[in-house]
Design a protein. Structure first.
Length: 144
């Protein structure tokens, strides 16, 4: 996962690209973004209060969310079947694994939002503009 500064720099570059779009394309990007962008506080709250993996569903990470729910569900089933230690260990293991996502919620969601803007820009930027920008990046990287 990129560090906070890299994510913020990318976010600013994406904002500049959105501002450079024609009015109709910019409006379309903002309308789509309003639906797709996620709030880091909601993600953290889902993680903190419901450790069962609902925060993964919030970011449409279906398999990761389903895995968390399944492991916590198995832990609860073990608790009720008399295997208390194993059930507690499974639930605690998920809780510990999810601590990382709780402490990095801001970066995780910012990376998600940046990826949303990249996808939206790819859909709405003029094909020639995206090709020129990609070509300019390659020419700077190549030694003369």
């Amino acid at each position: 996962m990129p560090d906070r500064r890299a994510l913020e720099a990318e976010e600013e570059a994406l904002r500049q690209r959105v501002r450079a779009l024609p009015e109709s394309a910019r409006r379309a990007v903002y309308e789509a973004a309003r639906v797709q962008l996620k709030d880091p506080d909601t993600y953290a709250a889902l993680n903190w209060f419901l450790v069962v993996g609902l925060h993964h569903f919030y970011l449409r990470r279906w398999w990761r969310g389903a895995a968390d729910v399944a492991v916590v569900g198995a832990g609860v089933a073990l608790l009720f079947s008399g295997r208390l230690l194993m059930g507690v260990l499974l639930i605690v293991a998920v809780g510990i694994a999810e601590l990382w996502t709780l402490f990095h919620a801001q970066r995780i969601v910012q990376a998600w939002n940046n990826a949303c803007y990249r996808r939206l820009l790819a859909q709405h930027e003029a094909p020639g503009h995206a090709a020129r920008r990609a070509g300019a990046g390659r020419s700077r990287a190549q030694p003369e």
